[in-house]
Ligand binder design. Sequence first.
Ligand code: ATR
Length: 307
Amino acid sequence: MSTNYSADDLISGGDFFSRLSPPARLGVFGDPVVHSKSPVFHNAALKAAGIDACYVKIHVPVEKAAAAFRALPAAGFIGANVTTPLKAAALATVDEADGYARRCGSVNTVVVQDDRLLGFNTDGPGLARAIREEFFVDLRDLRVVLLGAGGGAGRAIAVQCAMESCERLVLVNRTVEKARALAAELAPSFRSDRLVGPVERVQAIGFDEAALREQLAHADLVINATSVGMRRTDPPLIPAALLTPNLMVYDTVYAARTRLLEDASAAGAKVANGLGMLLHQGALSFEIWFNRPAPLDVMRRALGEAA
Ligand code: ATR
C-alpha cells in the first residue's frame, strides 16, 4: 500500500506534491481511502505510458472535500478520482459536469483545466465495458435486475441502463420508495414501441421473495450494487433458490468471491465480480485525463497481482 496523504497536505498549498518523485499529479479522494486499489493500476499505467507523474491516495473527510478539490490546480494536479462518500460533493464543487454525471448526481473523475474543475462519472460506462468483456453481451440487449438501486453505485448503473435503453430494468431496493422514485425518473428513457412482452420495461420492487422470483423469470442479468457480500459473514442478499442457470450475475463487490456469486455459480449461472468494473472505470478516467487509450493489459496485470 502506498502512503496515505491528507486533505490538509493539499489545502495548505505549496509544492508538497510536486516535490515527490515522480511528482504526484493524480490521486483518489475518499474516506476511508486506505484500501483503494486504484493507485496500483494507475501507477502501472502512468509508468507504461512514460508519463512523469504518480497517483496517490488522499484521505479527505467530507467537510474538507470542496477545499481539497479547489486546491487541485495550485497543487499541479491533472485530475483526481473520487470515491465514497465524496462523489456528490465532487459534483457540487466542479465548475462543469457532463450530462451523465449530472443525471447520476455524482462525479468520480475530476479534470483540472487551467483553474477550472470538470466532472465526469466513469462508473456506469465502466460497468458496461465489464459486462461486455465478462459475458460477451451488451447491456442494451439485456433484461436487468439491479439489487441496491437506491445507493450511489446503484443509481449510476441504473442511469447507464436507461441511457442504453436496456430491454428491461427492475430496480430492487430495501427502501422501496427510493427505487420507485428512480423508476419514475427513468421511465421516459424506456418509453418506446420496443416490444418485450407483457411486462413493464422499468419496474421497482423491494427485497420480497415472491416479487423477486417473478422478476427473475424475465431477467438475463442480475447486478448487485449493494455492499452486502463484502464480509464473509454477510447474510445472503437473495435466497439461493431464486438463482437459475440461465442468469448472468455481476457483483460490483470486488473484495472476494461473494455469497451471491457462490450461490449463483452453484446454480449454474455465469458469474463475475467487480474487478472488471474497477479496471474499466479506471481506464476510462485515464482516457479522460490523457485523451489517449489506456494501457489496459498493464493495468489489468497490476490489478490482478494486487487482488
Ligand atoms: P453507495 O453510495 O456506495 O452505493 P449507499 O448509498 O450506502 O452506498 O447505498 C447502499 C445501497 O445498498 C442502498 O441501495 C441500500 O439500500 P437502502 O437504500 O434501503 O438503504 C443497500 N443496502 C445496504 N445494506 C443492505 C442490506 N443489508 N440489504 C439490502 N440492501 C442493502
